[in-house]
Design a binder for this molecule. Structure first.
Ligand SMILES: Cc1ncc(COP(=O)(O)O)c(C=O)c1O
Length: 377
């Protein structure tokens, strides 16, 4: 079986562990372990058990008006500025198609699907170095402003917080970059995990940071910029496939010509309404997250030779003392635990693991499995 390029591939993990996929404890996909919210499960059950379950017995509204209004109300934008998609992955495909024949400036390492989408669209990737050594004074995306000439051909593509480092690029670093590019795409798939969080950004002091880091409120002033969001990670809905993009409606006129008419299914619409209304789930997640991150970070730091990176997302990138894929294999075969190797990020090679946060007892299980492997290798 081919090594997966994404997290969450239980079948691959189970084949190596020699067990059923259900027996795998998955730290590889970076999904919220508290979800999916009970409210979402109830809403889906109710929708399916209705006498006339219209969510599956009729085509979805191809304009997705109610869904867009629901998302727009939550993020305080005009519904015309919302474009829904079959997960953020579909929206990345259209954002890439928008960059056809252009130069796309992309911080490296980068989520592997960007290269897939950009290459398929015929865009040229211009790597931006984004990976100083641990303990470095900080990172900078662009040292100097770019020349105005050539701007029409340039696209900037950011991921914030960044996968796989978990770093948050502070808004104050991003805003001056926006006018230097013809188009800007910001993938905020993990941003839901941040609200109210102080930042650990490497070059800004926590107290200097505003509370919310999403670029959504800045889009009106920057119509060249598109923000892409996902409901997969925070609400643990990878199987439903639901994401959305926010930006000037002119972008959507192009994207509508490319997409198929019903890419988002009716059940996803039901789930979004329930998920966004569930304040209790949000509160519980944001209470769990910093505790779990601190617990995993300190636990990994205590392992001899392991070097975790401080990040803001719901996963921790850690440098291992030896081959990361060997550790990954041992965790699977001896403990049925799946962690994500970073081979799909070529700059990182076989030295890094990306570990999603889970409950504290599950994290303890992982840490003691790592200790066992270290002692017996
Ligand atoms: C940075 C990033 N963006 C987008 C996605 C895709 O999200 P979705 O499930 O909404 O398609 C992922 C999935 O791992 C991701 O890591």
């Amino acid at each position: 079986m081919e090594r997966p390029r994404h997290g969450g591939n239980w079948a691959w993990g189970a084949a190596i562990a020699g067990c059923s996929p259900q027996e795998i404890l998955d730290f590889s996909a970076s999904l919220n372990p508290l979800g999916p919210p009970e409210s979402v499960l109830q809403a889906l059950t109710q929708a399916l058990s209705a006498a006339d379950p219209v969510v599956i017995s009729r085509y979805p509204d191809p304009d997705y008006r109610d869904l867009r209004i629901c998302l727009a109300n939550h993020w305080a934008v005009d519904p015309e500025w919302i474009f829904v998609g079959n997960g953020a992955a579909e929206l990345l495909t259209w954002a890439a198609r928008d960059a056809q024949g252009r130069e796309v400036w992309l911080p490296q390492p980068a989520f592997g699907d960007y290269a897939r989408a950009l290459r398929a669209a015929g865009a040229t990737i211009k790597p931006l170095p984004f990976f100083p050594g641990q303990g470095s004074a900080g990172f900078t995306l662009l040292q100097e402003p770019l020349p105005v000439a050539g701007k029409g051909n340039r696209v900037l593509w950011l991921n914030n917080p960044h996968n796989p480092t978990g770093w948050l690029i502070p808004q104050q670093d991003i805003l001056p970059l926006l006018p230097q590019f013809d188009r800007v795409v910001v993938d905020e798939a993990f941003m839901d995990f941040l609200p109210g969080e102080p930042t650990l950004s490497l070059n800004s002091s926590p107290s200097a940071m505003p509370r919310s880091q999403t670029l959504i409120p800045h889009l009106a002033a920057h119509p060249n910029t598109i923000v892409i969001r996902s409901l997969t990670k925070f609400f643990t809905l990878p199987g439903l496939r639901i994401g959305f993009a926010v930006g000037h409606p002119d972008h959507w006129q192009r994207w509508r010509q490319w997409r198929d008419p019903w890419s988002v299914n009716g059940l996803a619409g039901v789930a979004v309404a329930a998920a966004l209304a569930d304040e209790d789930f949000r509160r519980r997640t944001l209470a769990w997250l910093p505790v779990a991150r601190e617990h995993l970070f300190r636990g990994l730091q205590a392992l001899p030779g392991w070097d975790p990176w401080p990040g803001q997302a719901n996963f921790v990138l850690v440098r291992c003392p030896g081959s990361a894929t060997q550790i990954q294999r041992a965790l699977l075969q001896r403990h049925r635990i799946l962690v994500r190797d970073c081979l799909s990020f070529p700059e990182l090679g076989d030295r890094y693991l990306r570990i999603g946060l889970r409950t504290l007892p599950e994290q303890e299980q992982l840490l003691s499995a790592c200790r066992e492997i270290l002692e017996n290798s």
